[in-house]
Design a protein around this ligand. Structure first.
Ligand code: N01
Length: 543
């Protein structure tokens, strides 16, 4: 048992061992706080410990998919590819944990089941699934956006006699798919990565598609030595660009408008961005693609023609072409995805025509008949953003359950704190920006650490946002999302809005106003001594 495991009372409890939780642990420890950190996984790494499926890699850029708090530490690390794969990101996170001696603070393979704010002590009482109870004045969550997987509610799953895998909980041991008849259900970011990676190595691949997706190329390639040296000489330039970009990308935000550009010029720029891959289509072409449906239609027309040119069978190409705006759902990327469907050993089952009826002992039955498989892979997504919170019994002032507070929609201030849940701080929580995760998580955890330092220096025992601030932030977030293509997310079944989970309240779960705008607001809040927060001294009764 480590020293951390023995201590039931600490200064801060952190939940999560991904980018968010690791950095919060590091930052709070560096301030001299005693910290206990928990994660349900058996190792450090968050989403990267669970999602080990073939082809898993980030579509963020290598120089931004890491922490930037220390120039030398930043310059030490070198990812191989511009979009690092799962194994390298996991190695990086292990490297951080080891270098800053964080492992000893973590209790792994342990799920936090409940967290209750104790009004008598002004501490969070946390209970884990191992029965351990720990208490601390500050509770910091880094629960991850996509950490609560959903299993399709289809009869007979347990009766399938072959191998069944979930991308979101992929085995640690080698999985051999070679020579097998494989089904992949789901064509989100995970599904398209698996499909384009295993194609050709399996005997037969059947893709069950409910909603077609706009799958950009990745444009992945190794990082050249020259690029790496350039970044290492002036890393601050990268960090500044990331800080100023709405999505936390190291690119200049574009200002030109598709609707003001001649068709040939647009086509040329779209082609260039298509070749570059990833988010270039969205972030490097035109500013009005996300705001103006007419501009977005032009991009979708370009994309639909691309699909038609890549898929030999026009009927199949049509089935693979989405009918939602680009960006209504989180756009995935994969290399050779559409081309895979030209192979005779790859089949598409369009679930809008022939829905799944049940799983059987041999495979999957749709309304058109039974398909037999050796392996079924579920790439069916997550109860994203809020799911990891609502699966924990969290209770704030007067015993209010977080699930009740969020019964209709998540409500927070800046995605950082919740009214009625004092001293509960969230890194990359609901209503925080949809953006490149590590820079946002680092900035938010810094903000939280500073807020805790402020509380400690001023003898504040409770900090929570005012109800007005929470209402204002939620209204602002909705207004922004309604002005973007995200307003079509519900119809497209996007997890941005909870529309991918039957019965989940429909709401915009993430902030689309920009990582930069959010960071500015957080900075301003801090600089002005937290005007939208209620701070209480001991023996207060501000319920
Ligand atoms: O999940 P998803 P994901 N029957 O929700 C389908 C991040 N990520 O794991 O669209 C049949 O996107 C569902 O169909 P529909 C990234 O933020 C990043 O792929 O609801 N199908 C959909 O096709 C991403 O957005 C990276 O109609 C069913 C799919 O399953 C997020 O994680 C890589 C079904 C789920 O897609 C989630 O991605 C991977 C059912 N009952 C993930 N239920 C990168 O950085 C669901 N589906 C590259």
């Amino acid at each position: 048992m480590t020293a951390a495991e023995q201590s039931a009372t600490v200064d801060a409890i952190v939940i999560g061992a991904g980018f968010a939780g690791i950095y919060a642990t590091l930052r709070l420890t560096a301030m001299g706080l005693t910290v206990r950190s928990f994660d349900a996984a058996d190792d450090i790494g968050g989403v990267w410990t669970w999602n080990r499926y073939p082809g898993a890699r980030t579509d963020s850029l290598h120089e931004t998919y890491c922490f930037t708090f220390d120039r030398d530490f930043y310059n030490e690390w070198a990812y191989t590819d511009i979009h690092p794969d799962q194994s390298e990101v996991l190695r990086y996170l292990h490297h951080v944990a080891e270098r800053f001696d964080l492992r000893k603070l973590y209790t792994l393979s342990t799920r936090v089941e409940s967290a209750t704010f104790n009004e008598a002590t002004d501490r969070w009482d946390v209970r884990t699934d191992s029965g351990e109870q720990v208490s601390a004045p500050y509770l910091v969550t880094g629960l991850g956006l996509v950490s609560a997987p959903i299993i399709p509610d289809v009869p007979g799953l347990e009766s399938f006699g072959g191998e069944l895998y979930m991308t979101a909980n992929w085995p640690h041991d080698e999985v051999s798919l070679a020579g097998k008849r494989v089904a992949v259900i789901g064509t989100g970011s995970s599904g398209v990565q698996v499909i384009s990676t295993i194609v050709g190595s399996v005997a037969d691949l059947t893709v069950f598609q409910r909603t077609a997706n706009w799958v950009a190329r990745t444009g992945n390639r190794p990082v050249s030595d020259e690029e790496r040296q350039g970044i290492r000489q002036h890393p601050e330039q990268v960090w500044d660009r990331v800080r100023q970009h709405p999505a936390g990308w190291p690119w200049e935000p574009v200002k030109r408008m598709a609707l003001d550009t001649p068709a040939e010029e647009r086509e040329r720029l779209f082609e260039e961005a298509w070749e570059e891959g990833g988010f270039a289509l969205l972030y490097k072409t035109y500013a009005d693609l996300s705001t103006d449906k007419a501009a977005n239609d032009i991009l979708c027309d370009f994309f639909a023609r691309k699909i038609a040119s890549l898929v030999d069978d026009p009927v199949l190409a049509k089935k693979l072409t989405p009918n939602h705006p680009y960006g209504a759902k989180r756009p995935p990327a994969a290399e050779g995805y559409y081309e895979a469907f030209n192979r005779s050993d790859v089949h598409l089952v369009n679930l809008t025509e022939t829905p799944i009826v049940s799983f059987t002992d041999k495979g999957i039955r749709t309304s058109a008949g039974e398909h037999e498989f050796d392996v079924i892979i579920l790439a069916t997504g997550f109860d994203a953003i809020t799911g990891a919170f609502t699966r924990i019994d969290i209770r704030g002032l007067a015993g209010e359950r977080l699930n009740d507070h969020w019964a209709e929609a998540p409500r927070t201030y800046l995605g950082l704190m919740i009214t009625g849940f004092p001293n509960l701080f969230m890194v990359a929580g609901p209503q925080s920006p949809f953006a490149n995760l590590p820079p946002g998580a680092q900035g938010q955890a810094d903000w939280i650490a500073n807020a805790i330092a402020h509380m400690r220096s001023d003898g504040i025992v409770r900090m929570q946002p005012s109800m007005d601030a929470e209402i204002e932030w939620t209204a602002h977030l909705d207004e922004i999302a309604e002005g973007l293509m995200t307003r079509y997310g519900e119809a497209a079944g996007s997890w941005f809005t909870g529309a991918n989970v039957p019965g989940k309240p429909r709401a915009y779960n993430v902030y689309f106003g920009g990582h930069n705008v959010h960071a500015d607001r957080c900075d301003a809040e801090q600089a002005a001594d937290y005007p939208n927060f209620k701070m209480s001294q001991p023996v207060s009764a501000d319920v």
